[in-house]
Design a binder for this molecule. Structure first.
Ligand code: NAD
Length: 510
């Protein structure tokens, strides 16, 4: 047995170690799955209403313990309380509400039409739980992005093994305690604690489905390991999202939208605004207003603070590399500090940074900048900006800003991404009725909405015949049937439907 690792939960804003979490040894993985399999039968055969009633209890409990949830998230990530509440807890409450309202409609059996050829039968689709779902979650929204797949998978009748990120080790402990306090049956949700090594062992243990959220580099490793065992998976990966501002946009609103879109959660957001395209005629004025507004944002950890700390030092180093590369190649830092002036004595705070004069040879134009680093690029016309915006290996979210809604929607339709907003940023994810996910290197699959529940099910096609007739027209023997089938095919699918000929052919076949 390997010695178990203890993960220290450190508050990025103060450096205080506020909890120590015992790691799950990889040798324990088979036991974890055994327990998950044992609890699966009872959980998956509960009625949908009974499963949903547990989720309802979770909603009521969580909504009456908001401060506890906010504190757990804040200490783990360094984010400000308002964002912990609105961007982590509220979306989970919304999704719980969505499940309560829609689970029966989405996961109940769906009647389907049966074609003429198959007369006498009825058809429907059933949604069957997959088994044990492995959820692997990232460090930036460690509550939201763990809980949404967990509650969706549970609603569909699966048991869940959750591995939260080792950067925020307290979150797994907090979530397991939450489920314990609500009174979920044993082992329906098990949280395990560890890093990528444990993640690999969990995949090798062969879950029935993997729901992964994290970087595209890790996503590729997960996809490879899953392919080896033919385990289906959802991959929610990174982004390099464009925001396009036309000269006819509501400029004061677009300035505030850009600042929030780029710097909320200190820019540690998969669909944060990373490439801001501003029409050339308003470029200088827009950048000036954006820099002034950004400089007024307050960093800290109290209820009135706007921008929190960086969750991981690794991301700080990655931002430093991108910024230095851009500065070395001639970019201008309009606001924020160059790396040599960064100081983390009073918490891991990075001042928001805006870069102009960027060129295509700079890494910051192409690579995900998982921190408060925004590049602003001028454009001349629609055609050019669509091409620039789509010129990325990522395709998660995007936004188009204009007072001409027809033009904005025309451009929005041409962007290759999983979600797009007109005159707003990011917030498609806040609507549980909308699917969320990426195109290109931003991922595979969707969560939220109907697809986000059905993802965790096998879709089973069912056809029922009352079994009274002696045989079917399509069965053996075929003698004498070919010409009738041919006539039937013509009558049914030819230019005009010929009902008398169709009926005659069918009666002959019977
Ligand atoms: P990460 O890829 O470093 O880690 C994510 C998770 O994967 C962690 O739990 C980690 O322990 C685990 N892991 C690492 N190596 C593994 C392996 N070999 N096998 C199994 N598990 C492994 O990501 P992060 O730094 O925690 O999160 C930031 C990234 O997540 C960014 O790229 C961001 O864009 C992306 N993200 C995407 C979405 C989305 O919905 N598309 C949402 C949030 C974050």
């Amino acid at each position: 047995m390997t010695e178990s690792v203890v993960w220290k939960a450190t508050d990025p804003a103060t450096g205080e170690v506020f909890a120590e979490i015992e790691g799950t040894p990889v040798e324990q993985v088979p036991t974890v799955y055994q327990q998950a399999h044992q609890s699966f039968h009872a959980w998956s055969t509960l009625s949908l209403d009974a499963r949903v009633s547990y989720l309802k209890k979770l909603r009521v409990h969580l909504s009456s313990h908001l401060d506890e949830a906010v504190l757990a998230i804040q200490r783990s990530t360094g984010k400000v309380p308002t964002e912990a509440l609105t961007n982590e807890v509220l979306p989970v409450l919304h999704m719980l509400g969505y499940i309560e309202k829609n689970a029966r409609k989405v996961l109940g059996s769906q009647p389907k039409p049966t074609p003429f050829f198959l007369q006498g039968k009825t058809s429907h689709v059933e949604y069957l739980a997959r088994g044990t779902v492995l959820v692997i979650s990232p460090n930036n929204y460690p509550f939201h992005l763990a809980m949404i797949p967990v509650i969706s998978a549970l609603a569909a009748g699966n048991t869940v093994v959750l591995k939260t990120s080792e950067t925020v080790p307290y979150m797994g402990r907090y979530i397991e305690e939450l489920f314990y306090q609500v009174g979920f049956p044993d082992d329906v949700l098990q949280a395990v604690h560890g890093d990528g090594e444990l993640g690999q062992a969990l995949i090798a243990g062969h879950p029935d489905y993997i729901f992964f959220t994290g970087s595209d580099a890790t996503g590729r490793k997960i996809a490879q390991a899953a392919a080896e065992k033919l385990i289906p998976c959802t991959l929610e990966l990174g982004g390099k999202d464009p925001m396009i501002v036309f000269a006819d946009a509501n400029i004061p609103r677009a300035v505030k939208g850009a600042a929030w879109g780029a710097f909320t959660n200190s820019g540690q957001v998969c669909m944060s605004v990373e490439r801001l395209f501003v029409q050339a005629e308003i470029f200088d004025d827009f950048v000036e207003q954006l820099a002034a507004f950004t400089s007024g944002l307050v960093q800290g950890r109290d209820e009135d603070a706007d921008i929190g700390a960086m969750t991981s030092m690794q991301e700080v180093r990655a931002i430093e590399r991108l910024l230095q590369d851009a500065l070395d190649k001639g970019a201008t830092l309009v606001t924020g500090l160059p790396p040599e002036e960064w100081n983390f004595d009073n918490g891991r705070y990075l001042k928001p940074m805006i870069l102009t004069d960027v060129t295509l040879d700079m890494d910051v134009v192409h690579e995900e900048a998982f921190g408060p680093l925004l590049v602003v690029i001028p454009f001349d016309n629609e055609r050019q900006v669509v091409q620039l915006a789509n010129q990325s290996r990522f395709g998660l979210n995007a936004s188009v800003w204009s007072s001409d809604l027809e033009k904005a929607q025309r451009i929005a339709s041409r962007l290759v991404c999983g979600g797009v907003l007109v005159n707003d940023v990011i917030l498609t994810v806040a609507n549980p009725n909308l699917p969320f996910g990426g195109t290109k290197d931003s991922g595979i699959g969707r969560y939220q909405a109907e697809i986000g529940l059905r993802t965790f099910c096998h879709e089973k096609a069912v056809m029922v015949d009352r079994g009274r007739r002696p045989r079917e027209v399509s069965w053996f023997p075929y003698r004498g049937k070919y010409s009738s089938f041919k006539r039937l095919s013509h009558s049914l699918f030819g230019k005009f439907r010929n009902w008398p000929s169709l009926l005659a052919a069918y009666l002959k076949l019977r």
